[in-house]
Design a binder for this molecule. Structure first.
Ligand SMILES: [Zn+2]
Length: 315
């Protein structure tokens, strides 16, 4: 990666902490917690990182997350991510975590939260990285479950800046979560949601109009709907785009076809993020580098993308 690219101050606004679990740490935690894994070694696991769509990735992602049990595990996961950020001059992070991935396996909500929170605090003090944590609901589960998760979270209200919506997109439109998002907003939480990754532009409209989100996560399919494009340009609604993720999950066939720079040039407030870096081949820096290599991103464009990420912070 060119040094000027690495040195640019950036914020990361679309990162799933569970998706930053590198194979080496995954194996170390499995050993520490005496959990048997379906893969014989790190290489076998890495070889499984070939996905045809979002669901194939999610199946592996949930299997990987099953090694996380103790507060220390969640601390180590978050701390490892923050060190990567430090190395790439990511100065602010707004990561997601999925409580339901863990509470459904019997890990208490506060165990997950305390580990993450302590690492974020240490990151602020020792690495100078500021943060705002986002609690994300799993959309393949019913809204009722999301309500329960929000209820569990409320005693720790100050630990979050907002709520998000992730997991399997197709067939699970934002409108299914309208009431729980209204409740979260009434508690003063910001709203964001994954929309328009695999799902159609209608899902982006719903996220804006029904969930009243401040940012759209992914949103690359907005380009299929000209009226929607005009709205996100006029209202400067940030899109947290994840280029390497989109290639790994076949949203675009090649990086050369990615639309992020076209959107940038049209005036869309796009940002560069890594989504699930351990699974998709890199962190924010590698995502910027891929745009430079395959789309001819200029230094001026990189600076605008980095500035967009700082402007689109919620914390
Ligand atoms: Zn995501």
């Amino acid at each position: 990666m060119p040094e000027w690219l690495n040195a640019l101050p950036k914020a990361e606004l679309h990162l799933h902490l569970e998706g930053s679990l590198e194979p080496e740490l995954l194996f170390a935690l499995a050993e520490r917690n005496q959990i048997a894994l379906p893969w014989s070694d790190v290489e076998t696991l890495r070889a499984a990182y070939a996905f045809n769509n979002l669901q194939e990735f999610l199946d592996l992602y949930y299997a990987g997350a099953s090694v996380l049990h103790t507060e220390q595990d969640f601390y180590d996961l978050t701390w490892a991510y923050l060190q990567r950020c430090k190395a790439q001059n990511v100065i602010h992070v707004e990561p997601f975590f999925d409580p339901q991935t863990h509470t459904d396996r019997g890990v208490p909500f506060e165990v997950v939260l305390r580990g993450i929170q302590q690492a974020l605090r240490d990151g602020e003090q020792q690495l100078g990285i500021s943060h705002g944590l986002i609690l994300s609901f799993l959309r393949h589960l019913p809204e009722e479950e999301a309500f329960k998760t929000l209820e569990q979270a409320m005693p720790f209200r100050d630990a979050f800046i907002g709520v998000g919506l992730d997991s399997s997109e197709k067939g699970f439109p934002p409108r299914l979560f309208e009431r729980v998002f209204a409740k979260a907003r009434s508690e003063g939480l910001h709203a964001v949601a994954h929309a328009g990754e695999e799902g159609p532009p209608e899902y982006i409209w719903e996220a804006l109009d029904l969930l009243k989100v401040k940012r759209i996560d992914h949103g690359v399919r907005a380009i299929e709907d000209e009226r929607l494009m005009q709205r996100i340009i006029d209202e400067q609604i940030p899109l947290t785009v994840c280029p390497l993720s989109n290639i790994k999950l076949c949203v675009f066939e090649h990086m050369g076809q990615h639309n992020i720079l076209d959107m940038l040039e049209r005036g869309v407030k796009v940002t560069v993020n890594s989504d699930d870096p351990a699974y998709f081949g890199g962190y924010v820096g590698e995502n910027f580098a891929a745009l430079h290599e395959h789309l001819g991103m200029t230094e001026a464009q990189a600076r605008r993308l980095a500035q967009n990420s700082l402007d689109a912070r919620l914390a």
